[in-house]
Design a protein around this ligand. Structure first.
Ligand SMILES: NC(=O)CC[C@H](N)C(=O)O
Length: 198
């Protein structure tokens, strides 16, 4: 960190939805760039965070737990009133207003249509590299695990990355989504991009 960054560095409290999935991986990256992770399980915790990550995992399970714990409504309300949120993989599914191959939606706040398990069962995990200009000028490793992709977006959604004609990263106002898992690599560029929006 250079001197100017040190002067202007403000530590942020970054929540991670803490029920299931890639929680410790996000926690590790948040600490690595000098911010404070908060594992969120209760509605009151939404008051103390500057942004929240919805991790990869299993979206149906996370949706059920969000409902059972009473976190679904307050989390939706916070996001709708501007809380910065980044959904990775299952997190993208939780945020989508439409799931093209599922009748149930969850938070349903982002104007994207998403296909779950879009890469099928045979090649359901793979990694590739790509430059995402809005995020970093260098190549980023993209890790896909039983990943969804976005099949269509409405006005107001900015596409950040496409792979083989499918949308795998996008943003709309305070909401950012990725099909892939930057937290499973050593590259913190995507996390820094999210923090820059807080
Ligand atoms: N790595 C992931 O988050 C996979 C998402 C999972 N396939 C789901 O539908 O929830």
């Amino acid at each position: 960190m250079n001197f100017m960054n040190l002067i202007f560095f403000v530590m942020k409290k970054i929540g991670i939805l803490g029920f299931q999935g890639a929680i410790i991986e996000h926690e590790r990256q948040i600490k690595a760039i000098g911010h404070e992770p908060v594992i969120v399980k209760y509605p009151e915790q939404l008051e103390e965070i500057d942004g929240i990550i919805l991790p990869g995992g299993e979206s149906t399970t996370m949706g059920k737990i969000l409902n059972r714990t009473g976190l679904m409504e307050p989390l939706r309300g916070k996001i709708q009133s501007g809380l910065p949120v980044w959904g990775t993989c299952a997190g993208m599914i939780l945020l989508a207003k439409e799931l093209v191959n599922d009748s149930v939606t969850h938070l349903g706040v982002m104007d994207i249509a998403v296909r779950r398990n879009a890469y099928g069962s045979q090649i359901d995990s793979f990694a590739t590299k790509k430059v995402i200009p809005a995020v970093d000028s260098k190549e980023i490793e993209l890790v896909f695990i039983r990943a969804p992709y976005i099949t269509s977006v409405k006005d107001g959604v900015k596409i950040l990355c496409e792979l083989d004609g499918h949308i795998v990263a996008a943003e709309e106002k305070n909401m950012l989504v990725t099909s892939f898992h930057p937290e499973l690599t050593d590259n913190t560029a995507f996390l820094k991009y999210f923090v820059s929006k807080i």
